[in-house]
Design a protein around this ligand. Structure first.
Ligand SMILES: [Zn+2]
Ligand SMILES: [Zn+2]
Length: 311
């Protein structure tokens, strides 16, 4: 992975932020991540395609879909979405990543409803932690979370951006134009004809870290979520319940807003967005306040809310 084309910026649009069932205010889970020219979709609950249009997103930019798990609230919007792309005249391939079973689910539904998809569907199933996709300056990683069904969390990870070589400074130190400049830029020290040594740190700016965004739902508190969110610029994490219902949350394979904030803290994330909110919380203020007590830089996602993230 080269960091030369790290965008260091992404725009997240929450399309659905409820759990289990939609409410009048919140649709079923889905979010779009725009990075440079590409658009990714994470989960695709029922109603996602309409939210996608309301958000003004361009279907032609959509290159990859990542599904966390096969519970209906996260995946049942996908067949209709794929059919609408067909009606819209899509000709370019679409990648779909998800847990084992995602291919059979999509193929079965599309066959039974007699949908004819003319563009290429590239289906990938992932049963363990791995790098699932690579692109220009970034990769997408997954790790299994801790839910009732097998469930994957994802992270978009950009490589560090190499620091620029200060050519004028290098020349002033006696480095001749040519291969030595390249070696310094690659992090090697060079020995001049005078016998003096020039270290890269003298002439190359420190590498800048790339963007990191993690998406973790549905899950109980999980060390795998911490690994995905390690030093992340943004962690998007489920907060299905408030902490007074922790027992209920864990029994159902979920976690609380306070626990999401603890994950963000332990991971060293810079910002936390809570999503996958139980329909029981018409007013999510208690979830936000209990999370902010642990991790102040927390927001609660709302449908069609957009977040700009910068490394
Ligand atoms: Zn769910
Ligand atoms: Zn679930």
């Amino acid at each position: 992975m080269t960091g030369r084309h790290a965008a260091r910026h992404a725009r997240i649009t929450f399309l659905g932020t409820s759990s289990g069932a939609p409410t009048l205010a919140r649709g079923l889970p889905s979010l779009a991540l725009r990075r440079g020219p590409e658009l990714f979709l994470f989960d695709c609950g029922e109603g996602t395609q309409l939210q996608f249009r309301k958000a003004g997103l361009r279907p032609g930019r959509l290159s990859r879909v990542f599904i966390s798990h096969l519970h209906g609230d996260h995946v049942l919007g996908l067949p209709g979405f794929l059919m609408s792309l067909q009606l819209g005249g899509r000709a370019t391939p679409l990648e779909i990543h998800g847990p084992p079973g995602i291919a059979a689910l999509i193929q079965a539904v599309l066959r039974l409803v007699e949908a004819h998809i003319g563009y290429e569907l590239r289906l990938f199933e992932h049963g363990a932690a791995e790098t699932v996709a690579r692109g220009d300056g970034y990769q997408i990683e997954c790790r299994p979370l801790d839910h009732r069904a097998f469930c994957l969390g994802y992270a978009l990870v950009e490589a560090p951006v190499p620091g620029a070589l200060d050519v004028a400074r290098a020349r002033a130190l006696g480095v001749p134009d040519g291969p030595m400049m390249g070696r310094l830029k690659r992090g090697e020290s060079v020995t001049l004809s005078s016998g003096a040594t020039v270290e890269p740190a003298q002439v190359v700016a420190p590498a800048r870290r790339g963007l990191r965004v993690a998406y973790c739902t549905d899950t109980r508190p999980s060390d795998e979520a911490i690994a995905l969110a390690r030093d992340a610029d943004l962690l998007i994490h489920e907060a299905t319940f408030a902490h007074d219902r922790a027992e209920d949350a864990h029994a159902k394979g979920h976690c609380t807003a306070r626990e999401a904030a603890e994950i963000a803290t332990r991971a060293g994330a810079r910002q936390l967005a809570l999503t996958h909110i139980s329909p029981r919380y018409g007013d999510p203020a208690p979830l936000l306040s209990e999370a902010q007590a642990v991790f102040p830089n927390t927001v609660i996602a709302a449908d069609l809310m957009a977040l700009e993230v910068t490394a």
